[in-house]
Write a protein that binds this ligand. Structure first.
Ligand code: C2E
Ligand code: MG
Ligand code: MG
Length: 732
């Protein structure tokens, strides 16, 4: 129900309006009737209206609000307002209005119908607020939210108290929420894994407030699965643009699960690669060690050459290859350094080693790269020559090697000469065995050595027979002592002054069951090599002393006879050698000065200090010493005066040469003079002729021994000689 307002009403309104005059909102009062298409008539506007619209009150009073509307004013909204006004209901609306100058502006409109005391609606009071700025912000915000919603990142806002205000669509999807309503119904702490909540409030939030923003890696909780999602989180504070009050906390978070996974995978890959590298390194180290080990298993440590194992393997392969290349020949060279022992003993092992290294180097120089050189041990080397056309290829190489060795070796500051004895064996068929081939080369090497130093010899089957013979002999030698196959022959030593026998040299013979009487030259070196010389030598001394004692007892004239026994280096090196001799003398009851020991210069050479003390002890025992084969060995007279030597025996080669060469005679003369000066008597060995005897007599040589007087004879014959011509009777 409405009616025209009366005067009183208007006054009332004016009063009301005066109150609103200074209000900041625009106030418009209209009549309640009639509500036409254009709206009710304006009867009052306040100051704020005038300022807002640019119209003066007089310009609008009597007009309808239509004056304020324009093209962008929402028609539907106007219809809605009119419908409300017709029903006399209050209404709120946002509309675009136009100022006098035509400019647009958003207003928030609130229209209230006013009734008088009778309940009749007489007017509408409309309060208009300029919300252009807000609308602008809202429009911007709309755009912003549209953007935010389209973003694939998790974007959210919450109040400082932790109330969620907004979570965009991507964010909701990420944490398993469907609607915004659902999202805002949660608290901030619900979005975090339980264990991160405290640290967020204690350290992250204060930091954001302090610095405005933070960037860190964090975790979100998935509402459905409860699993955590790795994110990169940027938090910042939103402040009021004017007063800078904190409005809310905003966050943009990016799902980095994939990146994390990739990082973890990369890390795992890195670790795996690191482990792999480590493993590879270890394997390669182990391989290196294995290679080294394999190398050292197959190579000689000193020279770096192949060792016996590798050599034999190569030889085996080479022989196998002959199957396919029947026109080819392979050769094995066996080398042994001449005089190595002398060099090693005199210059020491260090220099000996240097010699072997240098020797190996020169050897390699003489060969092709396909040839195999090996050190078999000690001073023994071997060479495998493959693909030879004929045997002269190998002998040429052997010659070249000795040519190369002819140059001196400089060892530890000393110039040393050496050569090699080389044995050569050939194989032309696959049926030869590597062992036999090497053995044949070894046998040939021995033959080469026998021929002199720096020679080579090619193996033939005769050599093999000889080697077999030697082996057989070695075997037989082992039993010879037990089987009493040894006997002593005796050769008289005659005084050139008295022409009487002064004694006998005991010389061993081997009565071999098949070979007959074997000379010591044949089996003594073998006995020395095998060590059998020790029991044999002991037996010789024992037998000689025993025999001499018998002869002495048999005849008064034999009382002064002596017996001399040859002693080998090995015997002499025994520490209890003097005791052994003493024991034999005691057992046989022979006067010690009736026993003479014949030693050679080489024995003295080995260790002069030790040899000297040994000789002094023997002298103490009363035994005399002969220096045998004088002139053939070291030939240095310088040490003679220091040694307790009673006689020296000039080697028979000098006696022989005395007859044919002038120098020979001079050498013998010099030896005799020198020996006399040292108070040593001389025995001439191997006197065979009267001329020799005469010359020796002229030189005042004291004693002689030789076929001229008697060859070595067995004990009965020797006894005959001694009883016939020994003692008182003259020998010649
Ligand atoms: P040796 O000690 O120089 O002995 C002298 C050698 O010369 C003996 O040879 C002897 O038969 C030989 N001989 C003596 N007078 C003449 C001569 O006028 N003309 C020629 N051409 N030769 C003569 P044998 O008995 O064959 O002994 C050879 C070597 O064997 C000995 O040389 C000695 O070194 C060694 N020997 C012999 N018996 C033993 C022994 O019981 N023990 C040791 N360790 N060695 C022995
Ligand atoms: Mg002798
Ligand atoms: Mg001799």
């Amino acid at each position: 129900m409405s009616s025209k307002p009366d005067r009183e009403d208007i006054e009332k309104l004016r009063l009301l309006a005066s109150v609103t005059v200074n209000a900041s909102d625009a106030i418009v009062i209209t009549e309640a009737e009639p509500i036409t298409e254009l709206g009710p008539k304006i009867i009052y506007v306040n100051k704020a209206f005038e300022q807002m619209t640019g119209y003066t009150a007089s310009e609008v009073i009597g007009k309808t609000p239509r004056i304020l509307q324009g093209p962008k004013t929402d028609r539907a909204e106007l219809d809605k307002i009119r419908a409300a006004l017709l029903k006399r209901e209050p209404i709120r609306s946002d509309l675009i209005n136009y100022s006098k100058d035509g400019s647009e502006r958003w207003i928030e409109l609130e229209i209230v119908p006013v009734a008088n005391e009778n309940g009749i609606y007489t007017h509408f009071i409309s309060i208009q607020r300029d919300i252009t700025a807000r609308k602008k912000i809202e429009a911007e915000l709309q755009k912003f939210f549209a953007l935010v919603d389209r973003s694939s990142d998790f974007i959210a806002m919450c109040s400082m108290e932790g109330k969620i205000l907004f979570v965009n669509e991507a964010g909701r999807k990420l944490v398993g929420l469907n609607t915004l309503e659902e999202a805002v119904s949660k608290k901030l702490s619900d979005y975090l894994p339980e264990e991160d909540v405290a640290s967020f409030y204690q350290s992250i939030l204060p930091k954001v407030i302090d610095e405005g923003r933070t960037l860190s890696e964090a975790k979100l909780r998935h509402f459905k699965t409860g699993e955590t999602i790795d994110v990169e989180r940027s938090c910042f504070i939103v402040r009021h643009p004017e007063n800078q009050d904190i409005l809310c906390l905003a966050t943009v978070q990016r799902d980095i699960t994939e990146r994390k996974k990739a990082q973890a995978a990369q890390l795992r890959a890195q670790v795996a690669e690191e482990i792999n590298k480590q493993l590879e390194k270890e394997i390669s180290e182990r391989k290196k060690v294995e290679r080294k080990l394999r190398y050292s298993n197959l190579h000689d440590n000193l020279t770096g050459l192949a060792n016996r194992v590798l050599f034999m393997d190569r030889l085996k392969q080479a022989i196998f290859k002959l199957k396919r290349h029947q026109d080819k020949l392979i050769a094995v060279l066996f080398l042994d350094l001449d005089r190595f022992k002398v060099i090693n003993d005199s210059l020491g092992h260090y220099c000996g080693d240097r010699l072997l290294i240098e020797f190996a180097r020169r050897l390699t120089k003489c060969l092709r790269s396909i040839d195999t050189v090996a050190r078999l041990g000690g001073d023994e080397f071997s060479i495998l020559l493959e693909d030879l056309k004929d045997s002269t290829d190998a002998t040429t190489i052997a010659r070249r090697i000795n040519e190369e060795m002819r140059l001196s070796f400089n060892l530890c500051g000393q110039e040393v000469f050496t050569s090699a004895s080389i044995g050569i064996a050939f194989a032309s068929s696959e049926f030869d065995s590597p062992e036999n081939l090497l053995r044949n080369a070894d046998i040939a090497m021995y033959r080469a050595k026998e021929r002199g130093k720096g020679r080579h010899a090619v193996f033939n089957s005769k050599m093999h027979d000889r080697a077999v013979e030697l082996l057989q002999m070695e075997n037989d030698l082992k039993w010879a002592l037990e089987r009493s196959e040894f006997c002593l022959y005796y050769q008289p030593i005659v005084s050139l002054e008295t022409r009487k026998i002064m004694g006998f040299e005991a010389l061993i013979r081997w009565q071999h069951p098949e070979r007959g009487l074997v000379s010591p030259a044949e089996f003594i070196p073998l006995a020395e090599e095998t060590g059998l010389i020790l029991p044999i030598g002991f037996w010789v001394i024992q037998e000689a002393c025993y025999q001499m004692r018998i002869w002495q007892q048999q005849s008064q004239s034999n009382r002064k006879l002596s017996v001399s026994v040859n002693i080998s280096g090995k015997q002499f090196a025994q520490t209890d050698f003097v005791e052994q001799v003493g024991q034999i003398l005691q057992e046989t009851n022979l006067e010690p000065n009736c026993l003479r020991l014949e030693i050679t210069e080489s024995i003295l050479l080995e260790e002069i200090e030790l040899a000297t003390s040994m000789l002094l002890r023997l002298k103490e025992l009363g035994v005399k010493i002969y220096l045998d084969d004088f002139g053939t060995g070291f030939s240095s007279l310088s040490y003679l005066h220091r040694l307790p030597i009673t006689e020296l025996k000039i080697d028979r080669s000098f006696i022989k040469s005395m007859e044919v060469e002038v120098e020979g005679l001079e050498i013998v003369r010099a030896i005799v003079v020198m020996a006399h000066n040292l108070g040593i008597d001389v025995i001439a060995e191997g006197v065979e002729t009267q001329q020799q005897l005469q010359k020796l007599r002229n030189l005042n040589c004291a004693y002689a021994q030789g076929y001229l007087f008697s060859p070595p004879v067995n004990r009965d014959a020797a006894y005959d000689i001694s009883s016939d011509r020994g003692g008182e009777s003259k020998f010649y």
